[in-house]
Ligand binder design. Structure first.
Ligand SMILES: Nc1ncnc2c1ncn2[C@@H]1O[C@H](COP(=O)(O)OP(=O)(O)OP(=O)(O)O)[C@@H](O)[C@H]1O
Length: 248
């Protein structure tokens, strides 16, 4: 197992508030790794620190065999880290194709090449019919697929997905799950996702980590972690366990 990302005892504070406290974990190449936990547990802050948006208060972050603790978001993107945001961040007044081209421009300055690569990616993800539609006119579920396609267009080694399934119906969740599986298995991109939709987490992730009040409280295979009393107490609740894990 080759480590791609290693976070060592990382703490991030905002004044007196400790958003992440001494969090350590490792994600190997090819992993599909999930981060769960209650609202305010520090999941997005952790993404922001990994992606170079925030500098950690203490601790270290290693990506692809180098210490990236103090790198900027732009430097991280160049090194092969892409992310999607919880709050939708693609550009609505561009077409779907133009949005994906924006991702391609990280690796090429040629408009021709960017257009060609973006078209291929839309084809690959079954979005070609929407190429010339303005993003604002596309249903939300498809907008999320476009954001993920735009992230893939940057040719990342590691993709961070922040609540991509939020607000989607079960059919749409299936669609996004198929896309994530494709990105991970066929494209070989390592994925870390933050998600509250447990069907997605349980079905997709090889391993998960649970954060609560900024601290890591569990890590392991999804079915094992979901059965831990501390995790049920902090996040999942009895109801989930009974309905999803074969109880009464
Ligand atoms: N830029 C910031 N300035 C001050 N406090 C912040 C900032 N970003 C996050 N926080 C605080 O850090 C804590 C962790 O927030 P974070 O968004 O990381 O949680 P989360 O687990 O992603 O929650 P959710 O599931 O609701 O998205 C919260 O108390 C939040 O208010």
């Amino acid at each position: 197992m080759t480590p791609l990302l290693r976070v060592e005892r990382m703490t991030k504070t905002f004044d007196a508030l400790v958003a992440n406290r001494e969090v350590s974990f490792q994600v190997n190449q090819g992993d599909l790794f999930g981060i769960i936990g209650p609202n305010g547990a520090g999941k997005t802050t952790l993404f922001n620190c990994i992606a170079g948006r925030y500098a950690p208060t203490s601790g270290r972050i290693f990506f692809d065999n180098r210490d990236v603790t103090s790198l900027s978001a732009h430097q991280m993107a160049r090194l092969g880290l892409a992310r999607t945001f919880q709050v939708y961040a693609a550009s609505g007044d561009l077409t779907v194709l133009e949005n994906v081209m924006v991702g391609c421009f990280l690796r090429t300055r040629s408009r021709f090449k960017a257009r060609q690569r973006a078209s291929e990616i839309l084809e690959e993800f079954g979005l070609a019919d929407l190429a010339d539609t303005l993003l604002v006119e596309v249903p939300v579920a498809y907008q999320k697929l476009v954001t993920a396609a735009t992230a893939v267009a940057t040719r990342p080694k590691l993709l961070l997905l922040d609540e991509v399934a939020a607000g989607l119906n079960p059919t749409e969740v299936e669609q996004i799950m198929a896309m994530i599986r494709h990105i991970n298995q066929n494209r070989g991109i390592t994925v870390i996702l933050i998600e509250h939709v447990m069907t997605l987490v349980m079905n997709l992730c090889h391993r998960i980590m649970v954060l609560d009040s900024g601290e890591k409280i569990a890590e392991g295979p999804p079915e094992e972690v979901a059965a831990l009393p501390a995790v049920i107490k902090a996040y999942l609740g009895e109801r989930y366990v009974q309905t999803q894990l074969g109880g009464q």
